[in-house]
Design a binder for this molecule. Structure first.
Ligand code: NAG
Ligand code: NAG
Ligand code: NAG
Ligand code: NAG
Ligand code: NAG
Ligand code: NAG
Ligand code: NAG
Ligand code: NAG
Length: 437
């Protein structure tokens, strides 16, 4: 907004050209520009000295009386008043006040003067500018907008630095060809409005060429899917991303199809190839970022391989596991100090179908046997220490050291299980041990 403080009505801008050309001559218009919500003063000609009776009219289809210097006539609205007995002062302008005003001055002769009042408002916010690729041509379009003002502002696009004028218009749009563009170049839009700030408002764009990021190699299995990705960064305006194959020269743009899915999210693009086949799909793929500021390309090599037989792998692993188990079992059976058999085979005839008897036969186990014994009775433990030598001579089950209630798998779960279970059972057995069967 203009902020001149010298005149009582600083908001009123007078078009000097119109003034100088037509002010003195009767009937020629002066143009006065007022601002919405502000006051304006319209002069009845540029005449100094003695003035006659002045009457102001608004020119519609018929002249409408506004006010007169004859004080017996009341103004049409209280917004209207006379300044210096001749000039029309209008308070709080609205857009509807725009139009032609006529003053009649009666002195020796009657004279008519006309003033064209324009009511303007500057755009309420700052101008905005951007660059984009012109649709249909490989040109750059610069656009500058400064909305909400009246009348329309003017736009001036200039190169920075240097200040070379690109163009001046009421539209704010300029087209630039590739030759006018280079990476990093700046363009400034300077806006001006009839009641806008004297210096005008401005905005700036800086154009940049694209950079590409992608993986250089990808692998797909025959019949499978693969997704190639391509990231564009730094491009202003945003680049157009294309996928190409270089089977021929010139390279062919890949069109979306049932086998080729192309998606784009911002400046990231992906190409998904379905049902890979070596003949059709192996080779170079090109991701291209197109912009009037620059073009970048990147190659991706796709190799298509026969898939690994997953069933075969699993089968092999299971076989190996089973073989390993078999070997371990064999070793255990061969070297293990622990043998198991059903109690039912013995002459005790107890009703313990599931009970297994753990028999001590090698020295390694003796330590653990002792621990078992500690849990049980000391007396029994002493007897058992000597057991290995007595085995052939004993008829009753003196050699019983532990009982497991359950099946043989429990033994595999670890010796700890065995001990815990056995310690409970043991007390029964130990009691039985003392009395011959
Ligand atoms: C408009 O004029 C009125 C009276 O003439 C005055 O009180 C008011 O301050 C003026 N407004 C502006 C914005 O100058
Ligand atoms: C009126 O006209 C004279 C010349 O005829 C000029 O010098 C003067 O500045 C004008 N006044 C206004 C307010 O435009
Ligand atoms: C305005 O009104 C005056 C007086 O009636 C007339 O002479 C003049 O031609 C009118 N101007 C326009 C633009 O209508
Ligand atoms: C002022 O207006 C009144 C009423 O229209 C009229 O009677 C009177 O003659 C006018 N005065 C002059 C000086 O024109
Ligand atoms: C108007 O009348 C006065 C005397 O009353 C005279 O001096 C002047 O020259 C006249 N002006 C015109 C334009 O006729
Ligand atoms: C490949 O993509 C298709 C379509 O989206 C899907 O039906 C199929 O399961 C995918 N195949 C593999 C191996 O992921
Ligand atoms: C495809 O690109 C590769 C790698 O740059 C190149 O060696 C090959 O000649 C190109 N093929 C064609 C047909 O241009
Ligand atoms: C995958 O491609 C092969 C030939 O390359 C074709 O026989 C098969 O039907 C295709 N499978 C699907 C699901 O499109």
């Amino acid at each position: 907004m203009a902020a001149g403080g010298s005149a009582p009505e600083p908001r009123v801008l007078v078009c000097l050209g119109a003034l100088l050309a037509g002010w003195v001559a009767v009937g020629l218009e002066a143009v006065v520009i007022g601002e919405v919500h502000e006051n304006v003063t319209l002069h009845c000609g540029n005449i100094s000295g003695l003035r006659g009776q002045v009457t102001w009219y608004r020119n519609n289809s018929e002249p409408v009386f506004l006010l007169s210097s004859n004080s017996s006539l009341r103004p049409a609205e209280p917004r209207f008043s006379l300044v210096d007995a001749t000039s029309l002062h209008i308070e709080s302008l609205s857009l509807g006040d725009e139009g032609i005003y006529t003053c009649q001055e009666i002195l020796n002769v009657t004279q008519w003067f006309q003033v064209w009042l324009q009511v303007a408002n500057p755009p309420p916010s700052a101008p905005q500018c951007w660059a984009q690729m012109a649709s249909g041509s490989f040109m750059l379009q610069l656009t500058c907008r400064w909305d909400g003002g009246y009348p329309d502002p003017d736009f001036l696009w200039i190169e920075e630095p240097g200040g070379v004028i690109v163009g001046k218009s009421k539209l704010g749009v300029e087209m630039l060809s590739e030759s006018q563009l280079s990476d990093g170049k700046k363009f400034k839009c300077v806006t001006s409005h009839i009641v806008g700030p004297e210096s005008g408002a401005s905005c700036m764009v800086q154009i940049r060429g694209p950079s590409l990021l992608s993986e250089p190699m990808k692998t797909c299995f025959t019949g499978g899917n693969v997704t190639l990705t391509c990231q564009v960064s730094g491009a202003y305006p945003p680049a157009k991303i294309l996928w190409l194959r270089n089977l021929t020269q010139p390279e062919v743009i890949i069109q979306p199809s049932s086998r080729h899915l192309i998606t784009q999210d911002g400046q990231n693009s992906t190409l998904t190839i379905h049902n890979c086949s070596q003949d059709l799909d192996e080779g170079y793929y090109i991701c291209r970022a197109d912009s009037p500021v620059g073009v970048r390309e990147m190659e991706i090599w796709l190799s298509v391989k026969e898939p690994l037989n997953i069933g075969g792998i699993v089968g092999t692993i299971v076989s190996l596991l089973l073989l390993g188990l078999a070997i371990i079992s064999g070793l255990l059976l061969h070297y293990s100090p622990v043998f198991c058999w059903k109690v039912g085979n013995t002459s005790r005839g107890q009703n313990m179908d599931d009970v297994m008897v753990l028999v001590d036969s090698e020295e390694e186990e003796e330590e653990e046997e002792e621990e078992d014994a500690a849990v049980g009775e000391q007396e029994g433990a002493r007897e058992r220490e000597e057991l290995p030598k007595e085995i052939p001579k004993q008829d009753h089950i003196h050699r019983v050291t532990a009982l497991v209630n359950g099946n043989i798998e429990q033994m595999g779960n670890g010796f700890q299980d065995l001990q815990d279970d056995s310690s409970e059972e043991q007390s029964d057995i130990v009691q039985e041990e003392d009395r011959p069967v």
